[in-house]
Design a protein around this ligand. Structure first.
Ligand SMILES: [Zn+2]
Length: 214
């Protein structure tokens, strides 16, 4: 009986199952968090959580990539949520980051078959192309040597950046000398970073951690 369900239907069921789980984060215990943050099921990342709306969008993109390219590119992330009190002096890492608001992901910087090309429409930004599992013209689009900008093998690729942009995610310009091509953030429902942070944390906590910003 179950075997009769088509593979695509399984993916839809998976997507529904993963988006609905709520995670209380004891390590970041704030009253608002359990209501807003959800776990990204079957995603490997240091803190695999996002706010509910971002998670739903993330899963739509993840499923589209699986359907159109045959690869679970978003099953492992370099980062998703970042703890509210995370501080670093690493070059290019913003202290006031949308990761802390549960609204940003970093795709894996090392992933087989990924080619980074210049975005010819937006100077300074780049696009992520993923080489599709099947190279028989049934998946992705053809990228010849010119279109792939001599940065990878020609073949059939999916423009992952286009999927994120269609869902309303933003890229960010280079941070210092670091290009941050791997970073996408979801700003829907928050006019700015302080507002996004207030949806998760109390003003008291934020004032202590970010004096002058709240
Ligand atoms: Zn990032």
């Amino acid at each position: 009986m179950l075997a009769r369900i088509k593979p695509k239907a399984w993916l839809v069921l998976l997507a529904v199952a993963v988006v609905v789980s709520i995670v209380p984060l004891s390590s970041l215990a704030q009253p608002n968090q359990a209501r807003v943050l959800v776990a990204l099921r079957n995603v490997k990342a240091p803190y695999p959580q996002l706010i509910r709306t971002a998670a739903a969008s993330f899963y739509r993109i993840r499923i589209t990539i699986i359907n159109q390219c045959g690869r679970d590119y978003l099953g492992k992330l370099d980062e998703a949520l970042r703890p509210v009190d995370y501080v670093t002096s690493k070059a290019g890492v913003a202290n006031k980051s949308w990761h802390k608001a549960g609204r940003a992901i970093d795709v894996k910087q090392t992933y087989p078959g990924v080619v980074i090309v210049k975005d010819l429409k937006q100077k300074g930004l780049q696009r992520v192309l993923l080489r599709c599992a099947k190279q028989d013209a049934s998946q992705g689009q053809w990228y010849g040597p010119k279109r792939i900008q001599q940065r990878g093998k020609q073949g059939y690729y999916l423009d992952v950046t286009a999927l994120f942009l269609n869902e309303g995610w933003n890229r960010i310009p280079p941070q210092g000398k670091v290009s941050e091509w791997w970073h996408y953030e979801y700003r829907h429902g928050a006019r700015n970073w302080p507002e996004a942070m207030r949806q998760l944390y109390s003003v008291r906590v934020l004032r202590r951690l970010y004096p002058g910003s709240f």
